[in-house]
Design a protein around this ligand. Structure first.
Ligand code: ASP
Length: 342
């Protein structure tokens, strides 16, 4: 049986070609993708295309576009076996993380990919990324999709979307998921690590949740910074503090006073590590005990992209009955290890 995949084209380098007279990149009409990659007609799946009216650089993709993508997937869920989102690479990890929380009870593949070089370039990585993503998006065993989560496929690797970060602006091997195993590798064969795949609860029915609160501040501390400046920030619902190593911060009365003042404004404080691998372990060092004192939330082994989009999803969301702290610490979509740092 031929599987059906819907490509949602949002923009980014993958849909560009070089104008050889001016030397600059321009978006081409994506409906003509079959002319660029005639091999697509050899695929064992049927492909349909839904292109954004105006292709966007991914720095222009945010909550409103995530809602549009989630709605398209919801509306077409029963018509297609898998979904492939073509996206600029710069913010792809944010979109993948956000969608993982917005799509509830997902049982079909939602794969995101893009490329470092435009599809019209001789050395492009777009072809392989696109063609193999289509394979993963249409990979079924009987009636069951193998991938039932939001994943990023890039440069021979399939990764859990909400565990990824864009790691290189230079190399084709641009994404990593430092805190989670690779879901699949493509070589001569398409390999899948079945034990690493996410499965939704048996009783979950597919639905989308479009609630996204953007009242969030992300702040990276550094040696010598004026901590006082945090108090000049406008009042916010969530402050994500990216601190040192496994969760340390300046050991001073001023730090404690300021964090307490922020908490008194009804702001949730999330503690995240500046390291891209590993995570937070509050209490390991004396210089992390302050976070217990102010009742901050450990970001455990979350990526920054996941911590931000999970906060957007949870804060003030009636579905979670306002229990932000408890739900943030839970593993909702395979984005964190609940026991991390305990
Ligand atoms: N600036 C581009 C984007 O993220 C880069 C890319 O697609 O690789 O839309």
């Amino acid at each position: 049986m031929k599987r059906k995949v819907l490509i949602i084209y949002t923009g980014g380098t993958i849909g560009m070609e070089k104008d050889y007279t001016t030397g600059s990149l321009r978006a081409f009409d994506f409906e003509h993708i079959f002319d660029k990659i005639p091999e697509m007609s050899l695929l064992e799946c049927d492909v349909s295309i839904h292109a954004f009216d105006k292709p966007l650089d991914s720095s222009d993709i945010g909550p409103e576009e995530w809602k549009i993508i989630a709605k398209i997937i919801f509306d077409k869920y029963n018509d297609f076996d898998g979904f492939l989102i073509l996206h600029g690479t710069d913010t792809m990890s944010y979109t993948a993380s956000a969608l993982s929380f917005m799509l509830n009870g997902l049982r079909k593949p939602v794969i995101l990919t893009g490329s470092q070089l435009p599809i019209g370039d001789l050395r492009t990585d777009a072809k392989e990324n696109l063609l193999t993503s289509l394979y993963y998006a249409s990979l079924y065993e009987g009636n069951e999709a193998l991938v039932q989560e939001v994943a990023i496929y890039f440069e021979y690797k399939l990764l859990r979307g909400n565990r990824t970060l864009k790691y290189s602006a230079e190399y084709f091997d641009a994404y990593k998921s430092p805190n989670y195993p690779i879901l699949g590798k493509s070589g001569v064969h398409l390999n899948i690590d079945r034990d690493a795949l996410y499965r939704t609860g048996d009783n979950e029915v597919f639905s989308i949740d479009l609630h996204l609160c953007t009242d969030i501040v992300f702040w990276r501390i550094f040696p010598g910074m004026s901590f006082q400046s945090l108090l000049h920030l406008p009042k916010t619902k969530v402050l994500i503090l990216q601190v040192f190593g496994s969760g340390t911060i300046f050991n001073s009365q001023e730090t404690e006073r300021i964090l307490k003042e922020i908490r008194n404004r009804n702001t949730e404080i999330i503690v995240l590590s500046q390291c891209i691998s590993g995570g937070i372990s509050i209490g390991k060092y004396e210089n992390s005990n302050i976070f217990h004192v102010v009742d901050a939330i450990s970001g455990k082994d979350l990526s920054a992209e996941s911590a931000i989009t999970k906060s957007m999803h949870l804060m003030d969301n009636p579905r979670y009955k306002n229990n932000f702290h408890e739900n943030f610490s839970k593993n909702l979509r395979g984005e964190l290890e609940e026991k991390f740092g305990d």
